[in-house]
Design a binder for this molecule. Sequence first.
Ligand SMILES: [Zn+2]
Length: 273
Amino acid sequence: MSIDSSEGIFLFQGSALVVSDETPDTGIANGQSPEIVHQVFKDSDHFEMPAVDAPVTIRGASLGKDTPIPAGWRTVSVRQGLSLLAAGTAVDGKGPIGRMLRAYHIAQWRQDSAFCGSCGTRNTDAPDELARLCPACGRREYPRISPAVITLILNDDGRALLAHNKKFADKVYSLVAGFNEAGESLESTVAREIREEVGLEVKDITYIASQPWPFPNSLMLGFTARYAGGEIHPDGIEIEDARWFTRDDLPNLPGSGSVSRYLINGWLSHQYD
Ligand SMILES: [Zn+2]
């Protein structure tokens, strides 16, 4: 059966895509046939078929974490799928990768919003927009999106500040990042995170690009900023080490497909100095 990607359903289990063995690795971002998914998984625990007649082009659904994967199907971790498909590109929310990540965000949200947060009734998919609808009290719930900033800090000597976070793979250095807090502008978040994590003050905070990052529900907003004062002082909690690097003496960098690498590549090609 040929599948129009605009009709496909993305099925997840935890942080993995569930795909049929007939789907090649390069086709995992095209979705699965709704009819086949319904037929194979309709009786699985926690599985809730998306409303296929809802006017949304992306449909994500989840299996319970203990649901056995039937013969003829396999799982591919979403992050692995991302690095497989994103080689050399930045994720901008478009194309097959954008569809896959959007579906992942939606699948997690549908699972987390199984019940109305106000009266506890089981939610349904709203028929007219991307929302969950409580049939008892009418409350609507929309996908949660958590803004986070990530910043390339540059100094007047042509160097960039890269930091090693405890969560990173061995020896990988990347950019300082953190979540926007209630009541804060994005520029304030950039300045606060840099002050807290590496002890520096910055100026000339400039927005560059954004990237949906549904692990689980972030929108990464990428900035550049200019060093304005202070000594590097890693917080020791998240950041273990931070240093100024020149373009010709770089540590291991984050993988392609991430906004951090996109910003670093922009600096390496002198889009900002
Ligand atoms: Zn309700």
